[in-house]
Design a binder for this molecule. Structure first.
Ligand code: GUN
Ligand code: ZN
Length: 459
């Protein structure tokens, strides 16, 4: 059974109705920013809320209200005020936790492996790294490392690839559950064009996925994502069975890769000559639709972007990975113009770090190369609510709307001497946000909270 967002608590009624005994209250004071919609290229003021002396009131892990400190603290009923834990983050930026819409937790150990493009990189680095997770203890170590580093960078929700081994998903989701995170994960489906040790079969892949779904999907904040690696490493039978399972279970998610690299495109054309193109392979096998997210989506025509958008599928924009592997430039503006849902993603291990702030810097650089520079407010939307929308999780996370799960990150504007120097010379919020993105430093993350509670703190 899938959990639903709670109806929002009504702050207006708070004075008359004292909170039930035992309710846990958290009160945060800081510079609170969140988004209600995409602010677009012109920073639409209706799309975001910023409270310079702001407050976030959390009850039992859910947002009650975000607003000006004076108003929120005045609305607090005495019992809640007395019981509340106060986090004083004045002068710090408080944002919804970052949402990383695509990464491979098993690949953290190959970040920064030199000098290959996608297909050679998979063969030379990726598959050997993933083969190590045949050992459960290696999977457990990799999962613990990835979750800790995600939190250290302010990421609280992600769509995560395991490896072909079912226990890789058990290892990751067990850590995510222990940290109370909202996470998606799936076992890689891969029954051809890969080392024998990483190959499943069409039938065993589905059987293992069904077992994992029964164990994890809808348990607490966790959900299962069907994970066919990409068209070249699955037989038509595996793709068909995956599409059929996805169609029969509309509550499931699905994640894969699409149109990342030109040699990959040529390979897909050779393997599926009867299909009109890469996207058409996925359309044919039922791998598009709401809750499907495909990473990269670089080499698509406008018509394909529109087809993908109409299906409800989303694209994960992986700028650091695309620069690193020399894959090309994702056209964010053209994708939005086609109506696509777009989230931001590190794509570790082709990505170069766990942080979505440096990833945003790369997104800006890629958008510049495409002639449509990404504004700072839109960038922060992309890293929070935009990602949640791309994963169809925006009823739960991505903003501080009442009733949302209170995952948030606290950022230091001046964590490095360069940032401090630059911030002294900024005049507006967009200017400050932009400088924060471009000069991003891991020290910017002061704390990460999950369901209101501190989950990670800067040393
Ligand atoms: N395409 C298929 N598998 C992968 C992967 O692991 N990383 C990236 N970047 N692209 C892929
Ligand atoms: Zn990937």
């Amino acid at each position: 059974m899938i959990d639903r967002p709670l109806p929002p608590p009504d702050p207006a009624a708070a004075d008359e109705a004292p909170p039930p005994a035992g309710q846990r209250h958290v009160l945060v004071r800081g510079q609170v920013l969140h988004f209600l919609a995409d602010p677009g290229p012109h920073d639409d003021p209706a799309a975001w809320r910023y409270f310079d002396d702001g407050a976030l009131w959390v009850a039992d892990g859910r947002v009650v209200v975000a607003g000006p400190w004076a108003e929120v603290s005045a609305a607090l009923p005495p019992a809640a005020r007395k019981a509340a834990t106060l986090h004083d983050y004045r002068g710090r930026l408080v944002l919804p936790g970052f949402v990383d819409t695509h990464l491979h937790y098993a690949q953290a150990g190959i970040m920064g492996a030199f000098g290959r493009q996608l297909l050679d990189w998979l063969k030379d680095y990726t598959f050997p790294a993933e083969a190590r997770l045949a050992d459960l203890s290696e999977a457990e170590r990799a999962a613990a490392f990835a979750v800790e580093r995600l939190l250290a960078h302010g990421t609280t929700t992600a769509s995560v690839f395991g490896t072909v081994h079912a226990h890789s998903v058990d290892a990751f989701l067990a850590v995510a559950e222990a940290r109370r995170l909202r996470m998606l994960c799936g076992k890689v489906l891969m029954d051809r064009h890969c080392p024998d040790t990483l190959r499943d079969t069409a039938e065993s892949g589905i059987r293992d996925s069904l077992d994992l779904i029964a164990r994890w999907h809808g348990r607490g904040r966790l959900r299962y994502s069907l994970t066919p690696r990409f068209a070249p490493t699955s037989t038509p039978t595996q793709l068909r069975l995956t599409g059929e399972l996805f169609a029969s279970r509309p509550d499931l998610h699905l994640q894969s890769h699409l149109a990342e690299n030109r040699a990959e495109l040529a390979w897909v054309a050779a393997l599926f000559p009867e299909r009109a193109g890469y996207l058409d392979v996925y359309a044919h096998f039922g791998l598009l639709g709401p809750r499907a997210i495909h990473a990269h989506c670089i080499h698509l025509s406008d018509g394909e972007r529109r087809t993908m958008a109409a299906s409800g599928s989303a694209a994960a924009f992986c700028p650091s990975s695309n620069l690193f592997l020399g894959s090309g430039f994702f056209d964010h503006a053209a994708s939005l113009a086609a109506g696509l849902r777009v989230g931001l993603a590190t794509d570790i291990g082709a990505g170069t770090g766990f942080g979505l702030l440096p990833t945003l810097r790369d997104a800006y650089c890629v958008s510049q190369a495409c002639g449509t520079p990404l504004g700072a407010l839109r960038g922060f939307y992309l890293a929070t609510l935009g990602g949640a929308r791309a994963l169809y999780l925006d009823d739960f996370v991505g903003s501080f709307a009442p009733g949302r799960e209170a995952d948030f990150v606290v950022l230091d504007w001046a964590a490095s001497p360069e940032l401090a120097w630059r911030m002294e010379r900024t005049a507006s919020l967009p200017e400050r946000l932009f400088a924060l993105t471009i000069l991003a430093d891991p020290r910017c993350v002061v704390a990460t909270h999950v369901l209101g509670e501190v989950a990670w703190q800067r040393g």
